[in-house]
Design a protein around this ligand. Structure first.
Ligand SMILES: [Zn+2]
Length: 462
């Protein structure tokens, strides 16, 4: 590479110094070339750099051009794929040229009826009439929102005729409509469900609900479970971390092992406050109930807490009255709860009073039997139909939490009155519900042993 600049210099020197003698030429040559060589040596790198820069910019420009060209081509192709022209074309090719059949999966919207849906697909009106009158007659026209309807249509000489139609009318029943020679055949397909017995248990970490969900128990079973234990356990106050529960119940599964429904709780057990309480399902006088090992019904005449989700804020006994400011016997139990929380009748009985009453504000007094009465104070408002003389059932809503009367904040003041005397509802040994005797007790014993055997078996196979 070095020869190239020398040769070039020699030539150019000759051109510009025609008249100089050899010596001066040589001298000049020597000193001048050196500086020129140096100069050109630097220039050379600049030149190379320039060439390289040009090359790279041309290269990157070209690459970008190619890339963006490909991208736009791809974009165009994708938008074509997504375009209506293409899908119409596809539909045309696949459905019109190859086959006159068209299949649709329609998701039911609000206020849809089979008639409306078929009209959306321009189904022939005689088909719509035939189908809708038949399904109305057979009471199979109840479709529900978000369910899927499968429609198969055949186009005959420009008219859309129904070939088949499938739609669910509930969790386990599908209606199957098929075209036949005489019109349409309409069948009801009921999913075959199998009863499965489950035993699930867990230790309570924060609350019953989350621990039960963790164990795989369905929410409605958890609610039922809490109801069964509602007379014995206060889920707000009695539950501690480490308490245990177990539930044995029925559920119904389909062929794909998917739970379609739950049945009854056969047995439920809780280990709370270092005590174990086991309850067995038993039908007595055609009435299903839950009984402990001794055959005593879990349902008490009075509930301990006539309110859900409340916190005991002041118990029965002497205390400094928050408003009156002096020590006074608090003759009831206070449950703090948000305004409007429903208050339940703690037992069945008759409304004696439902009115404004002294410092109690809006007040309800219930008479349960010759011994017991209960009173509820500071209500925001009364339950529907609650007035003097109304008969109420245990658990019925009689009013809503408020702060009327002498009260500092929303709470329920609850009193239990035994033989006309106010007693501590939380210490009260509440009279139990029915106790199974004689024949019923023997039947229960047999039933209970059966359940225990089954239970031991199911626990082993878990
Ligand atoms: Zn009170």
């Amino acid at each position: 590479m070095k020869t190239f600049p020398y040769f070039y210099i020699w030539k150019s020197y000759n051109v510009h110094n025609k008249n100089s003698n050899f010596l001066t030429f040589y001298k000049n040559f020597n000193s001048k070339t050196k500086s020129i060589i140096n100069f050109l040596d630097n220039k050379k790198y600049l030149f190379y750099f320039f060439i390289l820069a040009v090359f790279f910019s041309v290269y990157s420009l070209t690459i970008n051009q190619i890339k963006s060209y490909n991208e736009s081509k791809e974009k165009k192709f994708h938008s074509f794929l997504k375009s209506n022209e293409f899908s119409n074309l596809k539909e045309y090719i696949f459905e019109n040229l190859i086959s006159p059949f068209r299949e649709y999966n329609y998701i039911v919207e609000n206020n849809d009826t089979i008639e409306k849906i078929l009209k959306k697909y321009n189904v022939a009106s005689d088909d719509i009439n035939n189908i809708t009158t038949e399904i109305k007659k057979k009471k199979l026209s109840n479709i529900f929102i978000k369910s899927e309807i499968k429609i198969l249509i055949k186009e005959e000489l420009g008219v859309n005729k129904i070939v088949s139609l499938f739609y669910p009318i509930n969790e386990i029943t599908t209606v199957e409509i098929k075209k036949n020679k005489d019109g349409f055949s309409i069948n009801k397909n009921i999913l075959k469900l199998n009863k499965k017995e489950m035993v699930l248990s867990n230790t309570i970490k924060s609350n019953l609900y989350s621990s039960a969900i963790e164990a795989g128990i369905e929410p409605n079973i958890i609610i039922e479970f809490a109801n069964i234990f509602g007379f014995e356990v206060d889920f707000q106050r009695d539950i501690r971390t480490g308490d245990k529960f177990e539930v044995y119940y029925e559920k119904y599964i389909d062929e794909n092992n998917i739970t379609r429904n739950t049945g009854k709780i056969i047995y439920a057990s809780m280990f709370v406050n270092n005590k174990e309480l086991s309850l067995y399902n038993f039908k007595f006088n055609n009435e299903m109930g839950y009984y402990d090992v001794d055959g005593t019904s879990v349902i008490k005449t009075l509930m301990k807490t006539p309110i859900n989700g409340a916190r005991l804020s002041s118990s029965f006994g002497f205390r400094r009255h928050p408003i009156l400011g002096f020590n006074k016997l608090h003759q009831g139990t206070d449950f703090a709860a948000p305004k409007s929380t429903p208050i339940m009748a703690s037992g069945s009985g008759v409304v004696v009073m439902a009115q404004k009453y002294k410092g109690y504000g809006n007040y309800v007094l219930l008479r349960h039997n010759s011994t017991y009465e209960t009173a509820y104070g500071h209500m925001f408002k009364f339950g529907k139909g609650i007035r003097q003389g109304t008969r109420v059932n245990q658990g019925q809503i009689i009013g809503y939490v408020g702060s009327t009367g002498l009260s500092t904040g929303p709470h329920l003041h609850y009193e239990v009155i035994a033989n006309g005397k106010r007693v501590n509802s939380q210490r009260l040994k509440l009279p139990t519900g029915k106790v199974l005797n004689n024949k019923a007790r023997n039947k229960f014993e047999v039933e209970r042993i059966k359940i225990d055997v089954k239970l031991a078996d199911l626990r082993k196979n878990k």
